[in-house]
Design a protein around this ligand. Structure first.
Ligand code: ZN
Ligand code: ZN
Length: 218
């Protein structure tokens, strides 16, 4: 089974997730945005072996610590989709703009595309390309755990911003309704910020993407 622990990092309280295979104790960090010592302490406290860094997208609060972690610990960087190349190149600039510790640009070891799978120990995690918040945003989905790590695509009661360069509202709505809803009503998602929810709950009550709101033509 895929297990996970949420570790909110940076002043933006970004939900970095420590995920691991409970048969092999092999672990990955989803969106290591910052606070490296705290992330490594969580890995150690659970007796896990950190194997990879997975990225949903390359905004500073999600990807800020990736370059340094990869360099210092010899870890592969998996994701996001190549559409986020310009955000990765801009990480040093993003860190200055938001007053974050200096972030390093990097080259992902493996870019991801829709339909890819990522292996962690005995667990196979699926990849969905969900553009709209950023062009290269991906989501990680574990069918066995019924969990999706969705970054800034969808939140409990809200959706990701689309006013950044490269953002696209219609694309974001399509990503949510065509790539996330098919994962099932009972699937729990871990958003990039704030509490968990289920896709079913959002289909019922999220003012931006509830079935009723969409049929009214929002
Ligand atoms: Zn973002
Ligand atoms: Zn974010």
């Amino acid at each position: 089974m895929l297990r996970y622990e949420i570790l909110p990092v940076t002043p933006f309280q970004q939900n970095c997730s420590l995920v691991w295979c409970d048969q092999t104790q092999e672990a990955a960090l989803v969106d290591p945005g910052g606070e490296i010592p705290r992330l490594l302490a969580a890995v150690k406290a659970r007796g896990l072996t950190l194997k990879a860094l997975w990225l949903t997208h390359a905004h500073i609060d999600h990807a800020g610590a990736t370059g340094q972690l990869a360099r210092e610990h010899g870890l592969p960087i998996v994701g996001p989709h190549p559409g986020d190349q310009y955000w990765i190149d801009g990480l040093p600039e993003q860190s200055r703009m938001f007053g974050f510790p200096q972030a390093e640009a990097f080259v992902p070891t493996r870019w991801l595309a829709d339909g890819d799978t990522v292996q962690l120990g005995k667990e196979t995690v699926q990849v969905r390309h969900c553009p709209g918040h950023t062009p290269g945003h991906v989501v990680f989905y574990s069918p066995t755990a019924q969990r999706a790590f969705v970054g800034d695509v969808l939140f409990a009661g809200s959706i990701g911003r689309t006013d950044f360069p490269g953002g696209n509202y219609d694309q974001l709505i399509a990503s949510i309704t065509q790539r996330l809803w098919p994962l099932g009503e009972d699937t729990v998602f871990i958003p990039g910020h704030g509490p968990e929810s289920t896709f079913g709950q959002e289909r019922r009550s999220n003012p931006f993407v509830a079935d009723a709101a969409l049929s009214r033509g929002r």
